[in-house]
Design a protein around this ligand. Structure first.
Ligand code: SAM
Length: 280
């Protein structure tokens, strides 16, 4: 259970930064960052986990810095239209929580901004919450991670999402891809079994960081994405139609509704190792 003040802090974080995870998960991200040192996040969105990482680092009193990468072209569905507006929004949140000096926002993907990371300093904490292609980001960081780097991977669930827009169906296998890749890395002993909170993995690297990605094994995982099952019940279909419509006509109001829905969902499924199939 969260302490009173923590519940408030992380619930506020979800509201102010449009956080997509539960308060318990943000609290665990905060605790992981207390390890200190160089922290890399892939997938900033509006900075909820970034703030949790930076607050954890700050509370530890240790030296360190958070680099957060996001090309800022997808993700949050507010009325924020440009990359500049999005960066300004994130900066406002960092200032609000007093952590602006601990964070560098990188409006690009990891490969594009890798040269900006301080050379010779190992990554102590790595958080992956982008598009599910965690092999790409782990490979980009070959040789940059500490041997026992703490690892946070979000959206690890055996779930394929199908969304209909007019006559087109969009198949989103991000969660399943993260789930397959994470399970493979655990079963081959490259990362620790760790712990799963809702759909987020918390563990550590347990192999030589330059050998974490084996292309043949990764290819075998991507091959599993050729045929997949997905189901959506009538209620889910109605919900996604309403969300899509809300997104078109009132994006900020739709964002608020999503927050209320998420809060209710996390209350229902609990905060500890809940089923991997929890709907997103
Ligand atoms: C699920 S959101 C991240 C949520 C965020 N961590 C939070 O706590 O609210 C995923 C983000 O990943 C970003 N993204 C997608 N592909 C990316 C890539 N290749 N590199 C970095 N970020 C990426 C998207 O723009 C989006 O903002």
């Amino acid at each position: 259970m969260l302490e009173g003040a923590d519940t408030e802090l992380f619930s506020e974080l979800i509201a102010t930064c449009d956080g997509m995870l539960s308060a318990r998960v943000y609290q665990r991200i905060y605790q992981t960052a207390q390890r200190g040192g160089l922290i890399v996040e892939v997938g900033t969105a509006l900075g909820a986990a970034t703030v949790a990482l930076a607050l954890g680092l700050k509370s530890s009193g240790k030296a360190g810095h958070v680099y957060t990468f996001d090309p800022m072209t997808g993700g949050p569905r507010r009325s924020i239209k440009s990359v500049e507006q999005r960066i300004a929004w994130i900066e406002k949140n960092l200032l609000r929580y007093g952590v602006a000096d601990l964070v560098t926002i990188m409006p690009c993907d990891l490969a594009g901004g890798l040269a900006e990371l301080p050379s010779g300093e190992p990554v102590e904490v790595l958080m992956l919450d982008a598009d599910g292609r965690i092999d790409r980001d782990l490979e980009a960081l070959h040789g940059h991670c500490a041997a026992d780097c703490a690892l946070i991977i979000d959206d690890v669930a055996d779930l394929v999402r199908v969304r209909r827009k007019g006559a087109t169906y969009r198949i989103d296998s991000k969660m399943r891809l993260s789930w397959l890749l994470t399970n493979m890395l655990v079963s081959t002993g490259r990362i620790s079994p760790g712990e799963r909170l809702v759909n987020t993995y918390f563990g550590d690297l347990t192999c030589d960081p330059t050998r974490i990605v084996d292309h043949a094994e990764v290819l075998a995982i991507y091959r599993q994405l050729v045929f997949q099952s997905a189901s959506a019940n009538r209620l889910q279909r109605i919900r996604s139609r309403l969300m899509e419509w809300g997104q078109e006509v009132a994006p900020d109001f739709a964002a608020q509704c999503r927050r209320v829905y998420r809060r209710a969902k996390y209350r229902t499924i609990g905060t500890d190792t809940a089923g991997d199939k929890a709907a997103a």
